[in-house]
Design a protein around this ligand. Sequence first.
Ligand code: ADP
Ligand code: MG
Length: 256
Amino acid sequence: MTDSDRDGVRPRVRVEDVGRRYDSPQGVVRALEGVDFDVDAGEFVCLVGPSGSGKTTLFRIIAGLEESTTGTVYLAGDPVEGPGPDLGLVFQEYHLFPWRTVSGNVGFGLEQQGVDRDRRERRVRDLLELVGLDGFAESYPRDLSGGMKQRVALARALAVDPDLLLMDEPFGAVDAQTKRMLQSELLDIWSETGKTILFVTHDVEEAVTLADRVIVMATDPGRVREVVEIGTDRPRSRSDASFGEYYERIMELIRA
Ligand code: ADP
Ligand code: MG
């Protein structure tokens, strides 16, 4: 079997029996226990669940920013042993550098990789166009709205062309109308680029709008309650009967 054959059958992300405990003054916190799922290349998977169900902890483990207590995460077949390059992260808090312009923020990872100035500038220009921010290259984060800052964060994550994007409640802090725009833009980018996306949200409507599959988490211990496959074609409309059915089903699982 050649390498590419093997890649074809390997899940892009394999989370295998992952657990994470923390010791706290109140006792042991079981942030995650026995979490087990795969994500295929090119899939869009949403994680929903109550606050404290371990979603952020799981992302940090997948990103290699934190170690699991048990189990292993594999990215394209290789166990995660620390932060790696082939992964883009987007958080609710934008984490932009305030002293850098928009293009300085987006180009940061390329600078780190030693990409020369000309190529960097071309790439940054393309990315700003992709996220709808052409014309803002020389602006500073303080001059942007929340939705625009989140576009910058997305462009920055895409800059080094990672296969995998981990997005942790990225649209949690923007208004409803902007959120819908960002959702539809993200779906466009996803279908154009073929990225694998793992996306945490507490907004069930958002999960049903975006995902191929929704992983519903439960708390204490943080674990997978159920995985719901969303079978309808995109773009999806909130007024479709099936949309409401998925929505109710997932809400029930979260409340259970
Ligand atoms: P979610 O993102 O689903 O809201 P988190 O992953 O942030 O959940 O947290 C899961 C559980 O682990 C919570 O009970 C949280 O308080 C606990 N936790 C997370 N990080 C730490 C830490 N560094 N030390 C102690 N407890 C933690
Ligand atoms: Mg969280």
